[in-house]
Write a protein that binds this ligand. Structure first.
Ligand SMILES: [Zn+2]
Length: 216
């Protein structure tokens, strides 16, 4: 049986919509079912739980497209994180999606220049080669309510998005990721990167990436 078919089967069992996509409704239904099973049979549930592999779960289209731009070694970390983050966002009635991943050095330079025109807002503080997005190990997340992008919504929607980001960020470290919200000088709440031991790319990172296409 293919994985989408398996997810449909689980969705059928849980009474969720059978679309084969592991989204917030399915995540919430799974959490609820596990919670109920734990209440009913706390001892047996520990030994009989079969772990679900985040490597094969099909996320929403935008997250999948973003994941595909990342380093193959970074993808399992972000997949594991998304599983936990989507389940967490579901408890707020929202979805958590990866909306931006790899940017080439030229694209980064263009973004950097855009924020430095006299009247433009600052889009990024990093020029090409100075953001881990340029090394395929960073992704930006967005909070969605249906199709509505909460981060770009009304002040009330942005406040809710902030709550969801804060809750989801709690899972980052366990997945080997670092959230930009923890940066004291320039906090970047939706930003996640593989924790390589330093916050910004070094000259060695730039040399390695240009030589091998990966710093992992
Ligand atoms: Zn970012």
């Amino acid at each position: 049986m293919s994985l989408p078919d398996t997810i449909k089967l689980i969705q059928g069992e849980l009474g969720a919509e059978r679309d084969g996509v592991f989204g917030p409704v399915t995540a919430a239904a799974v959490l609820l079912a596990l919670h109920q099973r734990n209440l009913e049979n706390p001892v047996a549930s520990v030994s009989t739980q079969t772990p679900v592999s985040s490597a094969t779960i099909q996320f929403d289209e935008r997250s999948e497209a973003t994941l595909a731009t990342l380093d193959p070694k970074a993808q399992p970390m972000f997949r594991q994180f998304l599983c936990l983050a989507k389940a967490t966002a579901a408890t707020f009635g929202c979805d958590y999606c990866l909306i931006s991943g790899y940017r080439s050095w030229a694209e980064q330079d263009a973004l950097y220049a855009q924020g430095r025109k006299t009247d433009g807002p600052i889009v990024t503080h990093a020029a090409g080669g100075y953001s881990f997005h340029n090394f395929k190990i960073s992704g930006d997340a967005g909070v969605f309510f249906g199709k509505l992008y909460m981060d770009g919504g009304t002040p009330a929607q942005q406040a809710k998005a902030h709550q969801v980001h804060a809750a989801c960020a709690q899972h980052a470290a366990a997945c080997g990721l670092l959230c930009g919200a923890s940066w004291t000088s320039m906090p970047d709440e939706p930003h996640y990167q593989v924790d390589v031991g330093h916050d910004s790319p070094t000259a060695a990172d730039r040399a390695n990436f240009q030589a091998k296409g990966s710093i992992l």
